[in-house]
Design a protein around this ligand. Structure first.
Ligand code: PFF
Length: 445
């Protein structure tokens, strides 16, 4: 067995965790799910879910990983040998595999846009023409698969050589750059004709929709997805963490940054959506690929440069998230089969890439059934919340309270007590209600 890697510093770990959290979920997924689920009401419920459920579960995952010092399955087995809690670990390996399969497809779209802005192909398209441009690409036979493969080759390459070296540096440089460009673009979006309507859509809730369970379901799924929760990515990363690092502040930092990224992305996108007649908030997964290039187009010559930078930085953000997704399976295979990192990466990486091909081909391409949507729904409505549910119960009830609090450095603190009770009652009950509703609405159609 190879010795376990460790992050050099706490900052390195936080950067890696932020790198995992901030990705397509904040920009691509947040905007289209918010757009489909009514904007401001969704945003409010999403923020509630982040603080009532996401933050406590994130800290729970950090504690499990650091204490378990192993992959997601091994960590449960180390802390609670012979107990059924390990089901959450097995579910995590499965879920991270499923998510990465389509994540690579969307990231491939991002790479294609980056490339098209570099070559000039995506510049100078007539106004309101990006819907057609996008559809021609995703429905255009094999090219989405080729871009998915290119992206996945990058992910495999980095995981092949070891996660730590690959991400600490890139997150230090590229994450702040992405933040800067988003803030700048948000400023520009606020000057667009649709700015008022876009902001109202994002920030002025429709209280009658507050009781709509579909919005709650979408919000909780998004909360798990965006914080990389419920499938062991954060358990795996914190298993590479030394005993000294303080977990609660790390969890708070990750949640704050991740949420800010999503909100700023919303301020970039919704004013644009309401500026162009050809784009609607409920347009679905194509939203950023259609609305944002229209904005770059409006900017004139400089817009192409923005297009290049924006899609480059989003691709890097996606890369650091995809790495954490693949790392869940790789660290599991390494320990379970006693394989070295390279062999495990090749096996898991190739399998997940091939499994993603039907998703790539089902967006207007040759496969008529929306496979991507199916995999996304199964994970964000069922397996992610279920994983989070078990993790909350495990840390709340299954693991000795004194040990838990010691692991997080929260012994004898009010925060520690509140946290434990959130894990015991609020998070599991909230998740369970939504899971049950999801099952009921799937059955009754
Ligand atoms: N949190 C990532 C995003 O928002 O793009 C996606 C993700 C990464 C989900 C890692 C799950 C995961 F384990």
């Amino acid at each position: 067995m190879e010795t376990r890697e460790q992050f050099a510093t706490k900052l390195g770990f936080i950067l890696a965790a932020v790198g995992s959290a901030v990705g397509l979920g904040n920009i691509w997924r947040f905007s289209y799910v918010a757009g489909e689920s009514g904007g401001a009401t969704f945003l409010l419920i999403y923020v509630i879910c982040i603080f009532l459920i996401g933050l406590p579960v994130l800290l729970a995952e950090f504690s499990i990983g650091r204490r378990g010092q192993s992959d997601v399955v091994g960590s449960f087995n180390n802390i609670a040998p012979g107990k059924p809690w390990v089901i959450a670990g097995i579910l995590g390996v499965l879920t991270s595999f499923l998510i990465l399969s389509f994540y690579g497809v969307i990231a491939g779209w991002v790479l294609y846009y980056f490339f098209s802005f570099v070559t000039g192909q995506a510049g100078g398209i007539e106004q309101e023409g990006y819907g057609e441009f996008f559809e021609a690409f995703i429905g255009g036979g094999l090219s989405p698969v080729i871009w998915q493969f290119i992206f996945m080759a990058l992910v495999l390459g980095i995981v092949f050589f070891g996660v730590k070296k690959g991400i600490e540096l890139s997150n230090k440089v590229f994450m702040p750059l992405l933040a800067l460009i988003l803030i700048f673009l948000a400023g520009y979006s606020l000057t667009l004709d649709g700015a008022g309507e876009g902001l109202a859509f994002l920030f002025s809730p429709d209280w009658t929709a507050f009781g709509d369970f579909n919005v709650w379901s979408a919000a909780i799924g998004q909360a798990f997805f965006t914080l990389s929760l419920g499938m062991g990515a954060m358990i795996t990363y914190s298993s590479y963490l030394s005993k000294q690092a303080k977990l609660p502040s790390a969890a708070g930092g990750v949640v704050a940054l991740d949420t800010l990224f999503a909100i700023v992305a919303g301020i970039v996108i919704f004013p644009a959506v309401f500026t162009f007649a050809s784009v609607e908030p409920g347009d679905g997964p194509g939203l950023i690929f259609i609305a944002l290039p229209e904005v770059f187009n409006l900017m004139g010559g400089g817009g192409v440069i923005f297009g290049i930078f924006f899609f480059f930085l989003v691709a890097i953000a996606a890369l650091s998230s995809a790495i954490s997704l693949l790392e869940v399976s790789v660290s599991y295979v390494m320990r379970q089969l006693n394989w070295n990192r390279r062999k495990a990466t090749l096996l898991a990486g190739v399998a997940v890439t091939l499994f993603g091909v039907p998703s790539a081909l089902s967006q207007g391409g040759p496969i008529p059934f929306d496979f991507l949507d199916l995999v996304d729904t199964v994970t964000d409505q069922y397996t992610l919340p279920l994983g989070g549910f078990i993790i909350a119960l495990f840390v709340g009830w299954g693991w000795n309270k004194v040990d838990v609090l010691k692991e997080t450095g929260l012994t004898d603190t009010t925060i520690g007590l509140i946290w434990i009770w959130f894990l015991r009652i609020i998070a599991p009950v909230g998740i369970l209600l939504i899971l049950i509703q999801n099952v009921i609405s799937a059955i009754t159609g």
